[in-house]
Write a protein that binds this ligand. Structure first.
Ligand code: PEP
Length: 250
């Protein structure tokens, strides 16, 4: 049976105590959830949430990381520090990082290779803006972000990587790509992956959809053949809605 990968990105929300309370609730309620689950709290809450989630079926994720292992990089958090806390996955190339903090594909790729080197599972976010979609550049943007983001990733490492297709115009806006539109882009990503690696690698790849996923639209989105999970922002901040999304099959 297909196992969906449901990941909650808490962004710059929740104090340590709020994060702990949420993690405790999720750990209890989702103990029998059949899906792969991840929550990505703010850096400040990682250690406390790691303690709560230890031994549970919910993985700990980070929302970003620095491109260097160590050194004089004021304000950055390194892959070694994340590993030390028990972090298993890291979200990279989120559109908010690309657009508000000017992260380009080269930087995202550098971080991704570093994450893989240290056994951290990257979630590589790619997606077009509304302007890019409306001007017919969707495939060009997706192709560039995917190919540049995965540059020098070798076949054996690919299974550690998750792709999150997140149309920028659907993030935090309440607008969701229709399941059919989203699936068409996921299919295009699979076509590219098949060319870059092999049809088998492409088929095995987990491709999440992200962009205003909520309890009401999860079942329909997940019913599409090329959608393997969700990266959830707003709706992951509330325990009830994240639980409904994670338990969409019940
Ligand atoms: C996100 O930030 O990755 C995201 C998909 O946000 P939202 O679910 O709020 O659209």
């Amino acid at each position: 049976m297909k196992k969906y990968y449901m990941a909650g990105n808490w962004k710059m929300h929740k104090t340590v105590s709020e994060s702990v309370a949420m993690a405790e609730e999720l750990k209890k309620v989702l103990a029998a959830c059949p899906e792969k689950l991840l929550v990505a709290p703010a850096f400040t809450s990682l250690q406390a949430v790691a303690t709560v989630l230890k031994g549970s079926n919910i993985l700990l994720g980070a929302q970003n990381m620095g491109p260097e292992e160590t050194g004089a990089h004021t304000g950055e958090v390194s892959v070694l520090m994340l590993k030390d806390l028990g972090v298993k996955a890291v979200i990279l190339g989120h559109s908010e990082r690309r657009h508000s903090y000017f992260e380009n594909d080269e930087l995202v790729n550098k971080k991704l290779l570093l994450a893989l080197k240290h056994g951290l599972e990257p979630i590589l976010c790619i997606g077009e803006t509304l302007l890019e979609r409306d001007s017919g550049k969707l495939e060009e943007v997706i192709s560039r972000q995917l190919k540049d983001g995965l540059k020098n990733v070798k076949k054996p490492d690919l299974k550690q990587v998750t792709i999150a297709y997140e149309p920028v115009w659907a993030i935090g806006t309440g607008k969701t790509a229709t399941p059919m539109d989203a699936d068409a882009v996921h299919l295009y990503i699979r076509k590219l992956l098949a060319e870059m690696y092999s049809p088998e690698h492409s088929k095995a790849m987990c491709i999440q959809y992200g962009g205003s996923v909520k309890p009401e639209n999860t079942r329909e989105l997940m019913s599409m053949p090329n959608i393997d999970g969700a990266l959830i922002g707003g709706a992951s901040l509330n325990a009830d809605s994240f639980v409904s999304i994670a338990m969409f099959r019940s």
